[in-house]
Design a protein around this ligand. Sequence first.
Ligand code: M6R
Length: 634
Amino acid sequence: MCGIFAVIGSREVSSLLIDGLRKLEYRGYDSAGIATIENLNNDQIGQLNVKKSKGKLKNLSNLIKQNTPKGHVGVGHTRWATHGKPDEINAHPHLDSSGQIAVVQNGIIENYRDLARDLKLKGIKFTSETDTEIIPHLIGLEIENSLANGLSQNEQTLLRAVQKVVTLLEGTYAIAVIWSKAPNALVVASGHAPLVLGFGEGEFFCASDTPALVGFTRTFLPLRDHEIALLTPLGIELYDDDGNRQHRAPSLLEGTELFADKRNFRHFMLKEIYEQPETAQLWIDRFLPIDLPSQNSVALPISKSILDKIEQIQILACGTSRHAGMVGAYLLEQFAGIPTKVYFASEFRYAPPPLSPNTLTIGVSQSGETADTLAALRMEKERRDSIDDDNFSFHQLGIINRVESSLGRELDNVIDIGSGIEIGVAATKTFLGQMLAFYGLTLLFASHRQSRTPQEILNLSNDLKLIPKQLTDLIKKHDSVSKEIAHMFVETKDVIFLGRGINYPIALEGALKLKEISYIHAQGYPAGELKHGPIALLDQHVPVVSIAIPGVVYEKVLSNSQEAKARDARLIGVSTYGPESDIFDELFTIPDVSEWVSPLLTVVPLQLFSYHIAAHKGLDVDQPRNLAKSVTVE
Ligand code: M6R
């Protein structure tokens, strides 16, 4: 989703801005822009230069090559359209009427219509359809007032104007502002949308996410909600929303592969699919103990008091993370015996269930920045904090891939799935990491509560330890199988995915992957539901992908698949090889594993299937249209 990168220092910043924005490209965007201030006469007044373009960043960088904006301070933005079409006019930065103030913004200003109406009554003319444009106009008016009251044209005036204007904004925002009359200042502010400050040598940065800082500095400090910072070539001043100066020590970015390269893979998505055995092995090494099934022996950050107390679990997440949560809920209920419900975070926010006592709330998010998930967790915390009864306290856990994210910072207990940075918008290795976190929780609860026999717990643990090797073989095999058959589905318009039990969420995930990157309409159903409606869609043009793994629902899924085949649907199986395999027109074979661990494997051919269809169609696999890696708006 939208990305911000801003810098102030002693170097020319245009190319730095493009470099920073490039590292945020993976988040998804549809236009980009930068503004710099060229310091013309001795620090007193500068000239604002703005360049914007529709589409990919390379369009902007070509534009800049022809005529490079000069300046040692600048703001940059990649925009994912919310208000107004993805075109040059709506691209950020946006300017005030005098053309002296430039603003980039992430988030959504919910009261922008009211604010715009007031501004129009004051004679302000708008040039874009965005919610953002009110911000430079408001700052412009505020500065005009200050100057009329005798304040000078300097960075403090800009800072004060921003401090006042943010109090008018409702919704979520992260902004970076420059003013041509204060060429040594960059002011940034955050209201429920992430921003991090970066401390370089003689230069200072601000970005919507840490990967943008890589290559510039490793020293960073996340802004807290409603904090404002003034960046100058000499340093950074940080203020809370009451204008009190804040002093916090910055942290050091960890990890060597914060910004990964594609190696020899054609796309990041394929590379990330291939990294799944490593994700699984790292997880096993970190979390799966040798001495299972002794109590509490899974090395997860869950206190004994939580394990003792929890009577039910609720999982809040969106998209693929919700599918991982569904696999988790199946395991927690069916294996560990704990009632568990999964909610769309966006629905939970506005229609939460009645409060239940002794409940563990789990937020699942690879980015840790998903606005709906964050808001749902905050809302749940607030309503539990307002009750004076210990049984209703907020026990929370985050399952994330970015410990330095907003979710990581806000929750006391997190499981870091440690999958490494994922660049492809379509989640693959992080989905595996999330599912593995739930296997860990399941083992932990089951052994702590003795809801399964030691042998059953040991069997599950041993089966998990085989997964990395099985994944390696599976990926190799199905990479070529799916590449071979991809061409058959290039003209396909609709695909139905069927699964049952623990593999129903995998049917949903398979359908989501196909929609996201190949733009083929796909729907996942619990196989038993086929005959209750979706079967009406079937004919020879609508393929059915059926996940049939020996276990409690194997025969049932096979019967449901037969029903599809009887309607001439082309049947693609994700199944073990056996006498029943001949019902499938195409078969992705899965090793003969216990049904409990099967989702860790059945998802792989579906990821590869979607990948090869999209790649065959020549689509932008890593940055599919309209999608974003971090969905930071509601
Ligand atoms: O960062 P999160 O895991 O919270 O993201 C949630 C969804 O936006 C995400 O899973 C989305 O569905 C992906 N594009 C899936 O590939």
